[in-house]
Ligand binder design. Structure first.
Ligand code: SF4
Length: 340
C-alpha cells in the first residue's frame, strides 16, 4: 500500500496528528480502470498538506491530470460539486460515503494506524456494565474488532450497531448521526476517538453513560452533558429577545435541509417573528451580521450551532432548540440535532 502521511482535521473526527494510511494503490487502480483523464482530489484540512504528493503520485502512475480542491472540506457531506462537474473522476479522501452523492465521486478512507487495544483496556477498568455499546469515528472503524477482543479480556461484551442511514460502517458515528448507538440496547457506551462532540451526541441521543477512550492522548474519561446543556439553554434564552431570525440552509450536498428550513420559517412566522431563509456554503459570523439577523436557526451541520456558537455575536439555534423557543417542544425533551 502506498502511504500518504498526514496531519488530519475535520468535523467528522480527525484530530491534528500524523499516522494515517491512504490506499493510493486502490485510487490508482480505480482511475486506470475508469479511463479518467482529469481527476479531482478533495480532502479535509488536516490531509491537505499531503495533497500535492498525492496529486504527483496519481499523475505519474496514471497519466491523468489532477486538480486539488482548495476549499475547506468538513465531511462526506461536503463534496466539491463544482470540481466534480469539472473532472472525469473525483477522489474524496478521509471520509466514508453518505447515502447521497454524485456518481463520479469515489470515497477513500484514511485509516489511523494507532493501536486501540491499550486505551480500550484502560477504559474497561472504568466501565460498569458487562455489555456496552461500542462506537467510533471512521478513521478507527477498521480496528473495532480488536477493540472488542480487548474488552472481552476483561469480561465485557462490546456490541456494535449496524450501519444504516447516513452511516456506512458498523459502529461508526457522525457528528450528525448516532443511529449505530441507538440501535443497540445497552446501559453504557464506549466511544473510541478524540474530542467531546461525538460522545456528547451519543449521551444526548441515548440518555446513557458514555466513557471516552482517546487513542491520541491515551486518556479515559466520562462525558458530562451539563455544560453543553447549560450553554444551549442560555442560547435559547438569548434568542427569545430576537424578532428577526435567519434560517440558514447549507449549499453543501449532504447538509442541505431546505424543506426543514421552510417549515421552520413558516412556524416562526405564525408566532409573529420575521423569518428569512439564507442559502450559503460556508457559514461565517460576519455574513449573518451583515444581514441584520438578531438570531439564527441553522439547518446545516449541527456543529455550526453546537460547536461554533462562541464565534457568533448572535445566538444560533438548532432546529429542535428553535422548537423549544416556540414552545413546540419541552426543554425536558431536548434533542440533539441529527440529519436523517
Ligand atoms: S453534517 Fe455530519 S457529516 Fe457533515 S460535517 Fe457535519 S457532522 Fe460531519
Amino acid at each position: 500500500m502506498a502511504r500518504a502521511h498526514s496531519t488530519a482535521g475535520s468535523n467528522c473526527g480527525f484530530a491534528g496528528f500524523s499516522g494515517y494510511d491512504l490506499d493510493l494503490d486502490k485510487a490508482v487502480d480505480l482511475i486506470r480502470k475508469s479511463g479518467a483523464r482529469l481527476v479531482g482530489v478533495q480532502a479535509p484540512e488536516g490531509l491537505k498538506r499531503a495533497m500535492p504528493a498525492v496529486a504527483r503520485h496519481i499523475e505519474e502512475k496514471t497519466g491523468a491530470k489532477v486538480i486539488i480542491s482548495g476549499d475547506p472540506c468538513f465531511g462526506a457531506c461536503d463534496v466539491d460539486m463544482l470540481l466534480a462537474m469539472e473532472v472525469d473522476l473525483m477522489l474524496h479522501l478521509g471520509h466514508a460515503p453518505l447515502e447521497e452523492g454524485p456518481g463520479n465521486v469515489i470515497f477513500l478512507e484514511a485509516r489511523m494506524r494507532e493501536d486501540l487495544d491499550g486505551v480500550v483496556e484502560k477504559a474497561a477498568l472504568v466501565l460498569k456494565a458487562r455489555r456496552v455499546g461500542v462506537t467510533t469515528t471512521i478513521q478507527h472503524v477498521h480496528k473495532l474488532k480488536s477493540a472488542l477482543e480487548a474488552l472481552e479480556k476483561h469480561g465485557i461484551q462490546g456490541v456494535v450497531g449496524p450501519a444504516e442511514g447516513r452511516v456506512s460502517r458498523a459502529g461508526q458515528v457522525l457528528g450528525c448521526c448516532y443511529s449505530t448507538a441507538r440501535a443497540v440496547d445497552v446501559e453504557e457506551y464506549l466511544f473510541i476517538g478524540t474530542g467531546q462532540f461525538h460522545p456528547l451526541g451519543i449521551a444526548l441521543a441515548t440518555g446513557k453513560r458514555v466513557v471516552i477512550a482517546d487513542p491520541v492522548t491515551g486518556e479515559v474519561s466520562d462525558i458530562d452533558t451539563d455544560p453543553l446543556l447549560r450553554r444551549r439553554f442560555g442560547a435559547i434564552t438569548r434568542a427569545r429577545e430576537a424578532k428577526r431570525f435567519a434560517v440558514l440552509v447549507s449549499k453543501k450536498p449532504g447538509q442541505r435541509r431546505m424543506d426543514l428550513a421552510k417549515m421552520l420559517k413558516a412556524l416562526g412566522e405564525t408566532r409573529g417573528l420575521e423569518m428569512f431563509l439564507v442559502y450559503l456554503d460556508n457559514i461565517e459570523p460576519d455574513r449573518l451580521l451583515n444581514l441584520g439577523a438578531e438570531a439564527a436557526v441553522s439547518t446545516a451541520c449541527p456543529r455550526v450551532a453546537l460547536d461554533d456558537a462562541a464565534k457568533y455575536r448572535i445566538p444560533i439555534l438548532t432546529p429542535p432548540e428553535f422548537e423549544v423557543l416556540l414552545g413546540e417542544r419541552e426543554w425536558g425533551d431536548y434533542r440533539f440535532d441529527e440529519i436523517e
